[in-house]
Design a binder for this molecule. Structure first.
Ligand code: ZN
Ligand code: ZN
Length: 314
């Protein structure tokens, strides 16, 4: 569906039909040629001049309006261009454009990439496709798209819909993943430190991360440590996971140990409004009797640190 006679006006960089005449063209430069070593292109990179048709222009102006809240004009930011590519994807699929105030996050996450790969300009830059000529254009908008590109667009759109549905769904309780393979005894069913059996994540974020399994893996940090380091009386390596709060405490202290456990516990108590229940400690003093859940009898904690009972020592 391409015409090979030299056009007087360039092709639209999005849909590939003849662009609006009389506008300054945009120049796209290839970084490499398909099937050729990048070093060979380096000295004399091919370029193509592309424009914008009026339909794509108004769609891209809508992207700017949605990002900036201001009508007329292009702000030229990366977000506007990324949203413009996502709106191109919606146009190809024949789906409605978002309204002002609607969340654009799902569109950016799932349609920007297939949308920008679907653009006419993607034939030339960053890689000049084999056989692409600088003076070609589409007889019909998007006529250049392959079935593979269309499938990527449909997949992206179904992820947008899944995220929108999830936006109104309740949070998802993510239990820790099974303990990694390795030395020592696996500890499952809760955070090694605080024993919390699951962490809540907004359903929308779960979908954005690619589903429950991926979200679990993202939320929980695999950790292993000797039982004595966790406050236990007998040694032996334990492996399991830390919840995000306890993983932060470990990260802050640089290792698993009494200090990290104490930090995780005190921060949790303060965050849940029980900071006053903590014994007041002087410099060099530590909480006593605080063990990680992993080295207790591991009764099922319903909430973080339910197993903890404290004294304090100098
Ligand atoms: Zn166009
Ligand atoms: Zn924890």
């Amino acid at each position: 569906m391409t015409q090979n006679e030299a056009p007087t006006t360039p092709a639209c960089y999005s849909c590939g039909v003849q662009a609006e005449p009389g506008r300054r063209p945009m120049i796209f430069t290839a970084m490499s040629l398909e099937g050729q070593h990048p070093a060979l292109t380096h000295r004399n990179p091919p370029t193509v001049e592309l424009g914008e048709c009026s339909e794509c222009r108004s769609r891209h102006e809508l992207a700017s309006l949605l990002v900036t809240g201001k009508p007329n004009g292009r702000d030229g930011t990366v977000t506007t261009d990324r949203l413009g590519a996502a709106l191109d994807a919606l146009a190809i699929l024949g789906k409605p454009m978002p309204k002002q105030g609607e969340s654009i996050g799902p569109l950016l996450r799932h349609l920007t990439t297939p949308g920008s790969l679907a653009r006419w300009a993607a034939r030339y830059a960053p890689t000049w496709s084999r056989g692409a000529k600088a003076d070609e254009r589409n007889a019909e908008a998007w006529a250049h798209l392959s079935e593979e590109q269309r499938r990527a667009l449909r997949d992206g759109y179904s992820r947008v819909l899944a995220e929108r549905v999830a936006a109104s769904a309740p949070p998802v309780a993510l239990t820790p993943p099974p303990a990694d393979e390795g030395k020592g005894s696996p500890v499952e069913g809760g955070c090694l430190f605080c024993g919390v059996p699951a962490v809540a994540m907004e359903a929308q974020r779960v979908v954005a991360r690619g589903g429950v399994e991926q979200a679990r893996a993202d939320a929980w940090t695999p950790t292993s440590a000797d039982a004595t380091v966790l406050g236990g009386h007998s040694s032996g390596r334990l492996r399991g996971h830390l919840c995000p709060e306890c993983a932060d405490a470990k990260e802050a202290l640089g290792s698993v140990g009494a200090s990290a456990i104490e930090r995780a516990y005190t921060r949790h108590m303060r965050a849940t409004g029980r900071g006053d229940d903590l014994p007041s400690l002087g410099p060099g003093e530590h909480l006593s009797g605080l063990s990680a859940w992993a080295v207790t009898a591991r009764a099922g904690n319903l909430e973080a640190w339910q197993h903890a009972s404290l004294r304090h020592r100098a």
